[in-house]
Structures are given as structure tokens and as C-alpha cells.
Design a protein around this ligand. Structure first.
Ligand SMILES: [Zn+2]
Length: 321
């Protein structure tokens, strides 16, 4: 068992060429450069995702929505809405971004790694079952969770979404499910406008959606108290078999798209909290998937900080040394 967090990249991500859009390939380039600079890619397994069969995407999204991305890509690109762009290479990039999450789940379920972090684009958490929006085409984390249930036979998956925007797509997809606990901490009000505390799931899913809207200006202390006082008890009560994280870095104080005040160290502490829950509840099995984060320095420093935190021995392990 390798206990260093493994990474999944995708050579297809750059094909999602969005030009001067804030969600562009420079984000991943900055992360890679940052990780190389501090030798954070040494002694770490790095995998590359391949495009998945579109049928897998259609287990979560409507076939029409999947076909729309294929058709716009084949036509040379276009826009789904004012925010959400499709380039000629987007079809394969989006299928490979889905593939990254599935590969990550396969890697932790096979016992090869405890923790895997996917660093691909396009992101996914705003993509609803029947609607694409907010830079997101296919909901990578929701498809990874679905595969964990259908292929790996899991029954209880916790998704923690710390992207600054509400994960409306993931909420939508699992709103009536009691097999996925979806927890989102986000700035409110902010795009997409959903994510109020009274959105708690419905039918069998009632009580399995947990939204924590926070005011602009919330900082490390605010976030960590939410993690400790609200998320930790909920995740423990749910007893997940696997934890997935929608890891956006746009709650950073330097991010241009939101107004939160989280630091690099704040993201590291959030990640180690989730790592400790995984060690306690899921035999350490944890998958993080990149969502937003639009200040290149803040994004790359925060990803480096998260990796450093995840791979630092937990207090219990340190006590045994
Ligand atoms: Zn975001």
C-alpha cells in the first residue's frame, strides 16, 4: 500500500480550450509547475485518465445532454450558456475528466492507494442530471460515486464539496438518494443561488443533503468550525464506505470569482480533517477531485498545501512512531 496521495492527470484536458475564460488550461499548468518546483511529484504515483464510454456518463445525465456535448464539439465548438464553453477537444476532455474520477475510485477500491487526487478539467459539480452550467459539462464526482455503487457495490458514499459555489449538480443528482450524503459548504448568496439550509433532500433522500451557506468574508476559522461542528458529526453518523471531495479552491482569499477569506493553510487543514475522517471511517479511502479555483498562485499553492497535509502522518500514526 502506497500511503502517499496518488494523482490522476489527463492529457486530454488541454483540448478543452476555453481561451480567456477563467476556467482554462493555465490552471492545471500552474498546479503542475508548482508541484514540480517543490519536488512534490517525486515518489508519488501519477496516473493518466482516458476518455470513458459515453454510456457511463449517461448513467447520471440524460443521453440528450451527453449527445449535445458531442455534437457541439464535432461542429467546432460553441457555448452551452454564457459561462459554459465547448471547444473541439471538449468531448474527449470531458469524458477523460469523468474517467479520472472513475480511475481514482478504482485505485482506492483495489487497495493500491488510500488517497487519490484528480487534477483534470473541465470541472463537474454544477452539472445537473438534465442541465449543464457553470463551466461544468459532466458531473465527474457524481459519476464516480455512481460507479462506486454500481461497479464496486458500495452503499454509502459521502461527498464533501468545499468549492466556494454550491454543488447544485451533485445535489440534484442525489437529492432523493439515501446512499449518498452530500455536504456542501459555500458562499451564499453567490452563483448558482441554491444551497440553502432547508434544501435537505426529499423522499428516501430526506436528511442526506447538508448545506452550509456562509456569508462573504468567511475565513479559515469559520470553515474549520463548520467542518468540526457540523460536517464531522454528520459524516460520522452516516458511516460512509468511501469519501469523495469536490475540491475547489475558489474560497481562497485571493480568488477573483468569490469573496471568501480562506488561506492555503486553511485548505490544508480542511483536507487533513477529511483525511482523518477517512482514516476513522473508510479504511482511509479518500478521493479528491479538482473543481474551481481561479487565481493561479492561490490555486497552485493550495493544491500543494493540501497534498502536504494529506501526506503528513496523522496524530495517531505519529504517536506510534
Ligand atoms: Zn466554484
Amino acid at each position: 500500500m502506497q500511503d502517499t496521495t496518488a494523482l490522476v492527470f489527463s492529457e486530454y484536458s488541454s483540448g478543452h480550450d476555453t481561451g480567456s475564460h477563467p476556467e482554462n488550461q493555465a490552471r492545471l499548468n500552474a498546479i503542475r509547475q508548482r508541484l514540480k518546483k517543490d519536488n512534490l511529484l517525486n515518489d508519488r504515483m501519477v496516473y493518466y485518465a482516458e476518455p470513458v464510454d459515453p454510456e457511463i456518463v449517461a448513467t447520471v445525465h440524460s443521453p440528450e445532454l451527453v449527445d449535445q456535448v458531442r455534437a457541439i464539439s464535432a461542429d467546432g465548438g460553441g457555448a452551452i450558456d454564457a459561462d459554459t464553453i465547448v471547444a473541439p477537444g471538449t468531448w474527449e476532455a470531458a469524458l477523460a475528466s469523468v474517467g479520472a474520477g472513475i480511475k481514482a475510485v478504482d485505485l482506492v477500491r483495489s487497495g493500491k492507494h488510500n488517497r487519490v487526487f484528480t487534477l483534470t478539467r473541465p470541472p463537474g459539480h454544477h452539472a445537473e442530471r438534465f442541465r449543464q452550467m457553470g463551466f461544468c459539462l459532466f458531473n465527474n464526482v457524481a459519476i464516480a460515486a455512481t460507479q462506486a455503487m454500481t461497479v464496486h457495490g458500495l452503499n454509502r458514499i459521502a461527498i464533501v464539496d468545499w468549492d466556494v459555489h454550491h454543488g447544485n449538480g451533485t445535489q440534484d443528482i442525489f437529492y432523493v438518494s439515501d446512499r449518498v450524503l452530500f455536504c456542501s459548504v459555500h458562499q451564499w448568496p453567490l452563483f448558482p443561488g441554491s444551497g440553502l439550509e432547508n434544501e435537505m433532500g426529499s423522499g428516501d433522500g430526506e436528511g442526506y443533503t447538508l448545506n452550509v451557506p456562509l456569508p462573504a468574508g468567511s475565513d479559515d476559522i469559520d470553515y474549520l468550525s463548520v467542518f468540526d461542528e457540523i460536517l464531522a458529526p454528520a459524516v460520522r453518523a452516516f458511516q460512509p464506505e468511501l469519501i469523495l471531495v469536490s475540491a475547489g479552491f475558489d474560497a481562497h482569499r485571493d480568488d477573483p470569482l468569490a469573496m471568501m477569506a480562506v488561506s492555503d493553510a486553511g485548505f490544508r487543514r480542511m483536507a487533513t480533517r477529511v483525511r482523518d475522517w477517512a482514516n476513522e471511517l473508510t479504511d482511509g479511502q479518500l478521493v479528491l477531485m479538482l473543481e474551481g479555483g481561479y487565481n493561479l498562485r492561490a490555486l497552485s499553492e493550495s493544491v500543494a498545501a493540501v497534498l502536504e497535509g494529506l501526506d503528513r502522518p496523522a496524530p495517531s500514526e505519529r504517536g506510534n512512531q
